[in-house]
Design a protein around this ligand. Structure first.
Ligand code: GLP
Length: 260
């Protein structure tokens, strides 16, 4: 796990975008794992800017969303399929047919989840997975208690997560109780994982998953087992890391050829 502490979300977005740009330029048909929430927005803004200004192209790339609410009507503005479209894929030139998300409105949710796993596999697996982290340590919608080996499936949201996400809806009652999410095992199969977090509200979660024990009680901690996990945090989100000086030293002295 590499922890990189940067001054602001803008630098975080730019560094993550560098890794995505390099991937897409060397492998145009790259498979990107797309996350929602506010954390990835600086990455999407920067990629859209590079698309507009530098000709960065995604025509052959594929995108797989991490998760989706169950029960929101198709086209609901807060469904993650719509959010991904609005915040990223509509702003660049990804072919709409190459963008996929778990189906939260399927009649047979279990079959749809299995189908989603198959689709990721058929595309060659995720090359780079973008992640945020919940205040309770969730990634995707893998709430505390999630199996560390889990695959795409239905989950019940924790109260904390419904409260955190209520800001996207008129009232908390409108936040669905159920979701479908890639599992922790699914996320761990991505070849490179880039998790971004900023703000003091994430400091405890960042401390727990980076430096605490690997435990289902803090789902993001499973990333300690990932061979290529990059954690990009701002000063506020890094504030409770005991090893901050070590991470800074390692990054300041990193051989340039290593990239992210
Ligand atoms: C949401 C999403 C996660 C996201 C997290 C944090 O519920 N399912 O993918 O990482 O919560 O969101 P934010 O980045 O807005 O803090």
């Amino acid at each position: 796990m590499e922890v990189i502490i940067l001054p602001s979300s803008k630098e975080i977005g730019a560094l993550a975008a560098d890794a995505i740009e390099e991937l897409v330029r060397t492998k145009p048909a790259a498979v990107l794992g797309l996350a929602t929430g506010s954390s990835p927005l600086p990455i999407y803004d920067e990629l859209a800017r590079r698309h507009d200004q530098d000709g960065l192209s995604f025509t052959q790339a594929h995108g797989f969303a991490l998760d989706e609410y169950v029960g929101l009507p198709v086209g609901h503005p807060e469904s993650y399929r719509e959010v991904i479209r609005r915040e990223f894929t509509n702003r660049v030139d990804v072919a709409p047919d190459n963008v996929h998300g778990p189906d939260g409105s399927a009649a047979d949710i279990q079959a749809a989840c299995l189908g989603y796993e198959e689709a990721i596999k058929a595309a060659g697996g995720v090359d780079l997975q973008i992640l945020g982290v919940g205040t309770n340590g969730h990634i995707g919608f893998n709430e505390p208690g999630s199996s560390l080996a889990s695959r795409t499936r239905i989950k019940t949201l924790a109260d904390q997560t419904r409260q955190d996400n209520a800001r996207f809806f008129d009232t908390i009652d409108q936040v669905p109780h159920h979701v479908v999410t890639q599992g922790l095992g699914t996320i761990m199969a991505a070849r490179h994982v880039v998790l971004v977090a900023f703000g003091a509200g994430k400091a405890a979660a960042v401390r727990d998953f980076v430096e605490g024990p690997v435990t289902a009680s803090c789902p993001a901690s499973v990333l300690q087992f990932h061979p290529h996990a990059t954690i990009l945090v701002d000063e506020a989100a890094a504030a409770q890391l005991a090893g901050a000086a070590t991470y800074r030293h390692a990054y300041d002295n990193k051989p340039e050829w290593q990239g992210l």
